[in-house]
Design a protein around this ligand. Structure first.
Ligand code: SF4
Ligand code: SF4
Length: 165
């Protein structure tokens, strides 16, 4: 089966599970709390990324196309459970790939997902590592801790509530 068909099937399956379990998931207080905690932790990581100059450096890389982040097939790193969390947060999956060689979830202004795979969040290419230096790399990695932990708990809760995922 071609990658395009595999992806279409994957998205269709997650949407169907969302439709089936939506009401129950939306009423679960633990899940609501974990989603809020994840968004706060994500925002905290982003604040550190801005402070140390990571955001500007990667945004420039994205505009000028130096690097290989957010490339084609990266969408397959987005587990179904993570996509389900995105639907719960109101994310709409794109209906087409915006950039021919880009990840399916890469929009005009960057990633369209609110809940993202850890591999997307903790990747530091050699050029970025040189730009940041060891102290700032340590700050970014430290900032990612709460986000990674909350993502783990969020996925666990979703899997408990929706075992088919
Ligand atoms: S990590 Fe490196 S390749 Fe990826 S967006 Fe940043 S600068 Fe570009
Ligand atoms: S950050 Fe978003 S667009 Fe980039 S590879 Fe990850 S999921 Fe795809």
């Amino acid at each position: 089966m071609r990658a395009r068909d595999l992806l279409a099937r994957k998205l269709e399956r997650v949407r169907a599970l969302f439709d089936l379990h939506r009401a129950r998931l939306q009423q679960d207080e633990d899940l609501k709390d974990l989603l809020s905690r994840y968004l706060r932790a994500f925002a905290d990581t982003e604040a550190v990324a801005r402070e140390v100059g990571l955001s500007d450096f990667c945004a420039r890389c994205g505009r000028e196309g130096w690097g290989t982040c957010c490339g084609e097939d990266m969408e397959f790193h987005c587990e179904d459970v993570l996509l389900l969390a995105n639907l719960l947060l109101g994310v709409e999956f794109p209906t087409r790939r915006h950039q021919p060689k880009g990840c399916y979830f890469l929009g005009e202004e960057g990633c369209l997902l609110k809940v993202r795979p850890l591999i997307c969040r903790n990747f530091i290419c050699p050029e970025l590592a040189d730009h940041l230096g060891p102290e700032n790399i340590r700050k970014v990695q430290q900032a990612l801790g709460p986000e990674a932990e909350t993502l783990f708990l969020l996925c666990l809760r979703l899997k408990r509530l929706c075992p088919e995922i």
